[in-house]
Design a protein around this ligand. Structure first.
Ligand SMILES: C[S@@+](CC[C@H](N)C(=O)[O-])C[C@H]1O[C@@H](n2cnc3c(N)ncnc32)[C@H](O)[C@@H]1O
Length: 338
């Protein structure tokens, strides 16, 4: 996709997903690119990057990281993530000034894919766990595929954001406890390092302060409660998993399926079926997902929260629909009451 179109398309997406700052700024940067300004210099060589490579988010992630590192001069005054106040005209001028002064520094992060770990998605996971059959309410052995920094492995410790759930509230599970949660990612982000924390923070949109606050809280929590994220693919991690006596094994993933190739999707599905076939009342197995899907071929894509569990028929239940960054989740069915 042409870079200018990519910036404008992302501007629209950011507007729809609640980031007026990025929506306005990306439109201005697209204008500047078209006029051959500093944006054109920074994006040289990326004019034809493929659409899914999210050029606009790589660019703004790079700018945001310089602000967070206090290397962006006057721009900090306009960046809400560090206490500034956005102003369309002056803020854009400050970004363009940064691009003009430090084109190589900004371009440094254009060659890496945006990496995020959306802590809000834990609200979908926790709500889905509360939909497990009462008989399966055992300690939860959580197995996460595509964990990024692994912050959602702390789901039982993360506070539920205000207004996180709409529709029928899932019945409480007071003793909910994760045991030995484990995750995997071919490109894990190490949240014990400054660089890892900077990466995850920089790709959050700078005016989405709720999202940033959730992330920062989870990053702090992860310093005290280290997460176990293996450098491996979903297929490799699942191959090591077995149903466990006295625990419910929950395989979970959010916004990961699109990254698996056909062969890996088939293997992961087959492995979950295999675990399901060996599930028992004392070692149940469940599959929870939050993935963009269509309910039927003509339906729009929605972030469906789904659950299957075994022993039982393992029929998939659509529990609700989440916002792309996790919250709010609109639940569609009652959960079983203990
Ligand atoms: C959009 S992120 C979602 C991260 C996390 N699940 C969340 O919701 O915040 C997708 C993640 O999938 C990972 N990924 C890509 N290929 C994968 C694979 N074959 N197996 C497991 N994870 C993979 C990426 O590295 C990336 O961290």
């Amino acid at each position: 996709m042409e870079a200018e179109a990519a910036l404008r398309e992302q501007a629209q997406g950011c507007g729809e997903l609640g980031s007026p700052l990025y929506a306005a700024l990306l439109e201005r940067l697209a204008d500047d690119l078209a006029a051959g300004g500093p944006t054109a210099r920074v994006l040289r060589g990326h004019e034809h990057d493929p659409g899914p490579s999210a050029l606009a988010l790589r660019l703004l992630g790079s700018v945001h990281r310089l602000v967070l590192e206090r290397r962006a001069g006057a721009l900090a005054a306009y960046w809400p993530s560090v206490g500034g106040t956005w102003d369309d005209a002056d803020g854009t001028a400050a970004v363009l000034d940064l691009l003009a002064r430090e084109p190589d520094l900004v371009a440094e992060w254009l060659d890496r894919p945006p990496q995020t770990n959306e802590v809000g998605r834990a609200a979908a996971l926790v709500g889905a766990l509360r939909h497990l059959p009462v008989a399966a309410r055992l300690p939860v052995r959580l197995v996460e595929l595509g964990s990024s920094g692994g912050l959602n492995l702390l789901a039982d410790r993360l506070p539920l954001p205000e207004g996180a759930w709409r529709g029928p509230t899932p019945a409480p599970w007071p003793g909910l406890r994760l045991v030995d949660p484990v995750g995997c990612d071919p490109h894990p982000v190490d949240v014990r390092t400054t660089q890892g924390r900077l990466t995850l923070t920089a790709y959050v949109w700078a005016d989405q302060t709720d999202r940033l606050e959730r992330l920062r809280h989870a990053l702090d929590l992860a310093q005290r409660h280290p997460v176990d994220v293996r450098r491996s693919s979903a297929r490799e991690l699942l191959a090591e998993v077995e149903p466990r006596e006295g625990a419910v094994t929950v395989v979970w993933h959010s916004v990961v399926w699109q990254y698996l190739d056909e062969a890996e999707r088939r293997d992961v599905t087959a492995r979950i079926d295999d675990l399901a076939a060996r599930a028992s009342a004392s070692a149940p197995v469940a599959h929870v997902a939050m993935e963009p899907r269509r309910r039927h071929p003509d339906a729009p894509r929605e972030m469906l929260v789904t659950l299957r569990c075994w022993p039982g028929d393992g029929a998939e239940q659509v529990l609700g629909v989440a916002a792309p960054h996790g919250v709010p989740v609109v639940w569609e069915r009652e959960s079983p009451s203990p």
